[in-house]
Design a protein around this ligand. Sequence first.
Ligand code: AHN
Ligand code: ZN
Length: 331
Amino acid sequence: MRLVRIVPFYLFTFLLLVSCGNLKKQTTDESVSMQPIGPAFCADSAYQYCQAQCDFGPRTMNSQAHDDCEAWIISKFKSFGMTVLPQKAVLKGYDGTPLHSTNIIASYRPEQKDRILLCAHWDSRPWADNDPDEANWKTPVMAANDGASGVAVMLEVARLLSQDTLKLGVDFICFDTEDWGVPQWEENDYEGDSWALGSQYWAANLHQKGYKARFGILLDMVGGQGAQFYKEAMSVQYASHIVDKVWRAAQVVGYGSFFPGQIGGGVTDDHLPVNTKAKIPTIDIIPHYPNCAQSTFGPTWHTINDDMAHIDKNTLQAVGQTLIQVLFSEK
Ligand code: AHN
Ligand code: ZN
């Protein structure tokens, strides 16, 4: 009699365990290696690339520093063996100002059909319009974080690819003219999207006919102190499987604390035209500071404090090693 009651209990427990095992398998993204894989990302190197861009001064549109930094970024990617294509255009700012714009497209293994896209903007915002002191609102931003950091992380990944082997092709696109959006002090209403003009241009004028990539990852402000990369809402909407892949990779390499599982806000950024117009599923790695009074993008966003003193190598390391894990896990 007793056995009749006990056997079904064990059977039930056994079935429960088996089904949990299956559940776990379903939620594990097998496209990411469960062990750290690929070369060690060097944050000191990325930090230097960030510094080198800032040494030109703010890289605002139509400035000498912008053109000098453009030549520097191109020469760095070339020095890592990448094929570089500058895509030039004169774009119109919200107030009609002609903006001499260059998207810099650097390609690793350009002959390979299977590709991954990494991108970041490289221009500096011409106005620190979110500075707490109104006297600074028309001062250009150094953009150590909001500009240079993303390019710096891409350059370090490119350097590592030049020393290691990855079967896949990788495109690094440095978008220009992301940060010419209508300033907060502007009182008139302006029509149209004034942000992300360079990526809008690229998505409408692909550097190669029919260009495709498996997926894209945008890096925006990936070097700030205290940064945490919540899941950005538009990324979840357009490319949730890539969000899952990247967040899992961060856990595997030990930087899960930089990538909380919660969703942050949705952001108008370079990934939108890449998703909607170029139709490449692309996520945005962008910080979210739920408790920061100055901005949810962090205390230095569009202020005169976005400089090298507020860059943290640990943040660069967390993002860079996560990207390496994603790239080297791809089959
Ligand atoms: C807006 O403020 C509408 N979008 C933020 C995009 C951005 C600006 N990222 C860096 N700078
Ligand atoms: Zn900005």
